[in-house]
Structures are given as C-alpha cells and as structure tokens.
Design a protein around this ligand. Structure first.
Ligand code: FAD
Length: 440
C-alpha cells in the first residue's frame, strides 16, 4: 500500500495521461497496521481503525481483491484468484505487467507440534486479534458460570508461545485487559488468571536489546505472568499444553507467535529465493538477476548496507518495510521514466514495545526507556506511522476517550456467527438440551 500510495503521487502525470496504470492485488480491501493489533485486542482501538481502506487511499490505482497464485515473471504474468472466481466459474484471471512489485509479507511459522493446527491461534490479522479478545472474555464467562474446577482452571489458563513483539505485546495487552475485566466478575479475582509465556531462547523482545528485554521479563513476572525461557511447547493435544520442561497446563487458549516465514506465493514464482525462502534482492530492491521485478518487506532478503557484518539482511519488521516501500516507489518511477534507481540504506533505529496500558519498554537511538515514558513513546511513534491523517485522528480520538471513560469489557464473539440466531428462528431447532439443570 505504501509503495502504491507514493507511486500514484510520483506518476501523477502518466496516470492522468493514461500512459501508466497501477494495479494493486490484495486478498482484503484494506491494509492492516499490524503493530496496532495488540491494542485492538485490548479494546483500546476499534478494529476498523487498525486497517486502512485501499480504495479510499489508492484512488488512482486499480484495486483487485484476490490472491496471486502464481507469478511467471519470464512472461510478465500474474495469475490471480479473485473473490468472483468461484462464483462465475471462470477460474483465475491473468494479469500482465511491465513492472512487478512483490511484497506479500510473511505468515506464521509453525512447527509439527501435536494439536497445534487444531487448537492454536495466530496473531497476525485483525480477525485473529479481535477473535482472541472475544475468546478471552468468553473464557472468563465460562469460568464464572461453571461449577467444575477443572473447566474453570482450563478456561482461565492462557498460553502464549513466542517472546517476540507479537507474542509479548499480545500477552501483555490481553492480560492487562483481562485483569481489569475481572473486577466485574463476582467470582473471578485477577490472581485466578494464569498467563504463561513460553520462549525457546534465553531472552524475550530481542529487538529492544538485552537489558530492556530483562526489564520486560521482570515487569511481566511482577504481574504474576509465568515467563518460561529456554522452553518449548511440545504438544497441545486434547487441550493440554505440554512444555519441554515437563509442565502440563490444561488450557483452552494457545496463541502461537513463534516466528514467521515468507508467504507461500514466493514458492510459486520463478524469482530467486534464498535458503530461508525470501526473495533475493539487491540493495536497490531489485529482484537479483532480473529486470523489471522489485521486492520489499518481510518477503525480501535485502542486504543491510549499514551493517558491518558481511551478508547481513534487513530484519523482517515494519521499520524496514515502510522505508523500503518509499524507495520501491522511487525506483519503479525511475525505471518507468528511464532514471537511475537508488539504494536502500537504513540503520535500525531500535524499537518500542507496549507491555499493557501505561507500561512499555523502548530502546531507540541508543536511549533506553521503560514504564510510562516508553509506553508514551510507543504510542507517539506508531501514531506518527499509521497511514493517513484520517486514521491518525480517529486513533487519537479513541485513545483520548478511553482515557476519560472506563475500559470496554464487552465480548462480541457472536459477531463471528451472525446467522446463528436466525437459523434457530427459521426452524434450525433449539440448541441441544444437554444434562438436566442443577441448583446453584
Ligand atoms: C502483532 C504484531 C506486532 C508487530 N509489531 C511491530 C512493531 O512494533 N514494530 C515493527 O517494526 N514491526 C512489527 N511487526 C512486524 C511488521 O508488522 C511486519 O514486519 C510488516 O507488516 C511487514 O510488512 P510487509 O509489507 O512485508 O508485509 P504485510 O504487512 O504482512 O503485508 C503483506 C500483504 O500481502 C498480502 N498477500 C500475501 N499473500 C498474497 C498473495 N498471494 N496475493 C496477494 N496478496 C497477498 C497480505 O494479505 C498482506 O496484506 C509486528 C507484527 C505483528 C504480527
């Protein structure tokens, strides 16, 4: 989206004259600002404001909602399955192009852990973030209404696997939200909630450095969160999380954020991939050994020109992705106009992470911050980065209102099954009877 946005400004004359056309292929009609997902899960930002509508922002581009299944760069053709493909029975469409920008990002990297595919959930999309929020509150409702201690215990146990941004921020925000929500339940105390963070290495949040990572662990543990380092999830079959240190936790919630891998589309192209499956690129963001193909973001292996380490690639994060998008637009425009492409060079500025409302950790340009100042910096930084003035204003308004009123504690899990009520009304029959009711 950032590349197309800049490109439509750069190629204004050509677009007006009809000598250029920009086509954006995306499975959803919106772009997700992923760093805001934990705040959306906590209910601090509404889901609509975490996403940016492509049609509004890219008003000079042609938007095709669909998934690119194959790219045959030798013939400059992309095969795309659109939303209408199954409906009209004509199959995928074929798009031809002069210049290709490929940036499909990454997907969750899973391991063959028994039960993972059946019971776990990821944390990469707005649907997952909101689904998880609803799920956590629903578990509290289950725990509050059951008389079976085993059901209650499993409902109030939440396991998060992976101590990177996504895992730590998701856990910290959800725990914070659940702790607050507990005050509205007559029979759930905050101490009854069991949150477990499972991390295979000996540290968390490597992006903020060792010292701040240690601080984050202390902060989480002070909130009674069980942080287990050098530990792996061995199984979550039958809703029991079994860890490599021998611990077993019956649970109905396993969140998997243990790393990412490049999007599957990359394997269906004739573009060169490195050993980790990322597209090999030059510092100009050109796909290595090709003409007219460009790549950026998590999917691209771009040499980090600012690193002293030989052969180092830019890390897969938003900081690089948004800056690379800018260079991609410059270089594609230069290619169209016969100009010279420039190199991508950005030295990592450090990172900020939220650990819940008013809590955070940051290591930016050598400066280390923790607690409220870090949290404030986290918000200020991401507000400055989220695209469009419209979204910035809405997010700011929501934060301001949230500061004036009490937090939202509602779970709208039924939104995920909008026809359930009508199906019963239309003769689907009442829900199953179950055992006879008991006195409480
Ligand atoms: C919860 C969370 C928190 C994060 N926090 C931070 C943070 O604080 N700071 C930071 O720097 N980074 C953060 N990141 C990482 C950051 O969001 C990513 O590095 C960044 O989004 C990568 O950008 P991208 O454009 O490469 O990919 P994406 O943003 O993933 O975009 C790729 C797009 O391509 C689409 N796509 C995929 N396959 C196809 C296909 N076949 N056809 C068409 N379209 C396709 C996808 O649907 C998606 O819309 C976070 C990530 C998560 C999940």
């Amino acid at each position: 989206m950032y590349t197309a946005l800049r490109l439509q400004r750069k190629l204004k004359t050509e677009l007006r004259a009809g000598t250029a056309e920009i086509t954006v292929v995306a499975p959803d009609p919106y772009m997700t600002y992923q760093p805001f997902l934990p705040e959306a899960a906590a209910g601090n930002i509404s889901p609509r404001h975490v996403v940016v509508p492509l049609r509004r922002v890219l008003d000079k581009c042609r938007i095709v909602i669909g998934e690119a299944d194959r790219i045959d760069h030798a013939h400059r053709t992309a095969t795309v399955t659109t939303l209408a493909s199954p409906e009209d029975g004509t199959g995928a469409i074929r798009l031809t192009y002069d210049e290709l920008v490929i940036a499909p990002g990454s997907i969750s990297r899973t391991l063959p852990v028994p039960g993972l595919a059946d019971y776990a959930i990821g944390f990469k999309t707005v649907e997952e973030a909101i689904g998880l929020r609803n799920h956590v509150i629903e578990q509290m409702d289950i725990a509050s209404s059951t008389r079976d201690p085993a059901v209650r215990d499993a409902a109030l146990t939440f396991v998060v696997v992976g101590g990177g941004y996504a895992g730590v921020e998701a856990l910290a925000e959800l725990e914070d939200m659940a702790r607050y929500t507990a005050r509205y339940y007559h029979n759930i105390r905050p101490e009854d909630l069991k949150w477990i963070l499972v991390e295979a290495s000996d540290r968390i949040l490597p992006e903020v450095g060792e010292e701040m990572g240690r601080y984050a662990i202390r902060e989480l543990r002070s909130r009674n969160i069980d942080v287990r380092l050098e530990t792996r999830l061995d199984s979550c079959e039958n809703r029991i999380a079994v860890l490599s240190d021998g611990a077993r936790f019956p649970t109905r919630t396993v969140v998997w954020t243990a790393g990412v891998k490049p999007a599957p589309l990359l394997a269906a192209t004739d573009l060169p991939l490195n050993e980790r499956g990322r597209i090999e690129c030059t510092a100009q963001l050109r796909v290595a050994g090709t003409d007219h193909a460009w790549a950026g973001g998590d999917a691209a292996a771009v040499p980090d020109l600012t690193s002293r380490e030989k052969g180092k690639e830019c890390a897969p994060n938003a900081q690089h992705a948004v800056r690379q998008a800018k260079v991609l637009a410059e270089n594609v425009a230069a290619a169209v106009r016969g100009g010279e492409p420039v190199e991508y060079r950005h030295s990592y500025a450090g990172s900020v992470a939220s650990l819940g409302l008013h809590k955070g950790v940051a290591h930016v340009y050598g400066r280390k911050l923790k607690g409220y100042p870090a949290w404030f910096m986290h918000r200020a930084y991401h507000l400055s980065r989220v695209p469009t003035f419209n979204r910035k204003a809405r997010v700011l308004a929501e934060w301001t209102l949230a500061g004036l009123f009490k937090r939202e504690i509602v779970s709208l899990g039924s939104l995920e099954h909008p026809r359930a009520e009508f199906e019963i009304a239309a003769g689907g029959g009442p829900p199953g009877k179950g055992p006879a009711p008991q006195d409480t």
